[in-house]
Design a protein around this ligand. Structure first.
Ligand code: DSN
Length: 436
């Protein structure tokens, strides 16, 4: 055994068990999922699709991948006659790249959500003077925004923009939009201008599987989801596409952008799909949303600016500008209190991606531990206590001063009595809710 690595694995397991993991895109996969990912399937090359491989020795892998795909279709109630599914994309960003490359010629137009409003990098993020992502270097990207006052999708505005831009692809979904998306309306907007509609439901996949968020499958041409967020599987992705698009998407994944698929991950995805096909998972998905709503309501009542006033999902986005608090300071103070969230851009952010104005937090992982409304109330109070403790601390504007402040603040937080007291309470709560 490599003692250095086994020591690090133990340290990370201890860290995960002693903190409230509240980054909304994270979760705890079951031991069965982890066993499948650590299995002998990692030793096999399996380029191509089942029964059409380039290498010998794939009879068992073929069975595995076929089973995984049929479980994926079953979980979302899809007919094999209408939908195809690809389970080989390594994760969400390569999956989106493969979809776009399959559907569009280079230079064609994409209309997608503006990243700081809650979109995703892989939907073509670029700055006015700099192409940041490969997608933005190859295709012509225009972004839509949320409404300035409600911070919700303004479907009429998106429709008007689509008529003007005439994209070949309309993308919805992202990382920090706390409300349900009207997939019917988005597909109509796309189809009215002759575009495909891609619903990226990476964040809410488990909530859709559990029946608490609306399914996009009646409307979208392609649905992409990662498998490690609310779906609680290993890190990976699945691309569902209308049958007539599936061959092009399969070829775009391999050989278009990837080599051999990670069959050990596909084994883990197959296990997660079976776990999600259960009454227990439906109850989990309901509790994820209930827990997030308890937290959102508490933060609203405590005077915070919860973006959109609440949540329909697993995530809560808080704009800290209304209380003039620094998201960097709050996120780090929370970490020293054993509560892990991420600092995040908010709609119409005046900060930057490194120093944005909000924090994003979510309930998938703590709900997997079995925490419910009662625990959410305690957690909400602890988070507010931390915010009150540090809300008057601000990052200096000037770079050298800022770096000195960051180093000094982390040292202070490590010794901070009140933060340590909250961290102890968090650890006790976590001890009562062991990891799967
Ligand atoms: N990084 C993921 C998230 O946190 O939402 C999306 O890719």
């Amino acid at each position: 055994m490599d003692t250095s690595i086994s020591h690090l694995i133990s340290s990370e397991a201890k860290r995960q068990s002693e903190v409230l993991e509240m980054i909304p895109s994270e979760n705890y996969a079951s031991s069965d999922v982890r066993a499948a990912v650590g299995s002998v399937f990692m030793n096999k090359y399996a380029e191509g699709q089942a029964m059409k491989r380039y290498y010998q020795g794939n009879s068992v892998v073929d069975e595995l991948e076929t089973l995984c795909k049929s479980r994926a279709l079953r979980l979302f109630g899809l007919s094999e006659a209408v939908w195809g599914v690809n389970v080989q994309a390594l994760s969400g960003s390569p999956a989106n790249l493969a979809i776009i490359a399959a559907l569009l010629e280079p230079g064609e137009k994409i209309l997608s959500m503006y990243l700081p409003d809650g979109g995703h990098l892989s939907h073509g993020w670029q700055l006015p003077d700099k192409k940041i992502t490969l997608v933005s270097k190859i295709w012509d990207i225009t972004f839509y925004h949320v409404d300035t006052s409600t911070r919700l999708f303004d479907y009429d505005a998106i429709a008007a923009q689509a008529r003007e831009v005439k994209p070949k692809l309309l993308i919805s979904g992202g990382t920090a939009y706390p409300r349900e998306i009207d997939h019917k309306r988005m597909s109509e907007i796309a189809h009215d201008v002759g575009a495909y509609y891609l619903a990226d439901v990476s964040h809410e996949a488990g909530l859709i599987a559990g029946g608490v968020n609306a399914s996009p499958f009646l409307y979208a041409d392609v649905v992409m989801m990662t498998t490690h967020k609310t779906l609680r599987g290993p890190r990976g992705a699945m691309i569902f596409s209308k049958k007539e698009l599936s061959a092009a998407i399969d070829q775009s994944v391999f050989p278009g952008i990837q080599g051999g698929p990670h069959e050990h991950t596909i084994a883990g995805i197959a296990v997660a799909l079976e776990e999600a096909h259960s009454e227990g998972f439906k109850a989990y998905a309901r509790q994820v949303v209930t827990n997030a709503q308890v937290l959102a309501n508490y933060f609203v009542s405590a005077g915070l600016d919860v973006v959109s006033g609440g949540t329909d999902k697993h995530l809560v986005l808080i704009d800290l500008r209304s209380i003039n608090a620094s998201a960097w300071v709050v996120a780090w103070a929370l970490e020293f209190a054993n509560i892990i969230v991420n600092r995040n851009t908010v709609p119409f952010d005046t900060g930057s991606s490194v120093y944005p104005s909000g924090i994003r937090l979510g309930t998938p992982a703590i709900t997997t531990r079995g925490m419910k409304e009662e625990e959410m109330k305690k957690i909400g109070v602890w988070i507010m206590d931390v915010i009150h403790l540090v809300k008057d601390m601000h990052l200096p504007e000037e770079k050298a001063e800022r770096l000195a402040f960051i180093a000094q603040t982390k040292k202070e937080f490590a010794q901070h009595h009140e933060l340590r007291a909250i961290a102890d309470r968090v650890k006790s709560l976590c001890a009562a809710f062991p990891l799967p």
